[in-house]
Write a protein that binds this ligand. Structure first.
Ligand SMILES: [Zn+2]
Length: 75
């Protein structure tokens, strides 16, 4: 069920997850998610959220101005 509009019209898709951290931008492409067909809210599974957190933490330790990670290649 959608957290935002509480409808149940979600599709499996891929999204781009972006985080700003200090002066850096971390971009993770091709992240699997469920997207609400009604309001466009995207929802990540627990497994994906956990994986994303690790990827972002790893990117933070490198601290490049822009880090682009392809989820489908590292997961
Ligand atoms: Zn929704």
């Amino acid at each position: 069920m959608c957290n935002a509009c509480f409808r149940d019209d979600k599709i499996k898709t891929l999204t781009t997850f972006t985080v700003e951290y200090k002066d850096c931008i971390i971009v993770v492409k091709n992240v699997p998610c469920l997207e609400c067909q009604v309001c466009g809210e995207t929802i990540f599974s627990d497994e994906v959220s956990e994986r994303l957190e690790k990827l972002v933490n790893a990117a933070k330790s490198v601290l490049q101005e822009i880090s682009v990670i392809d989820y489908s290649k590292v997961a």
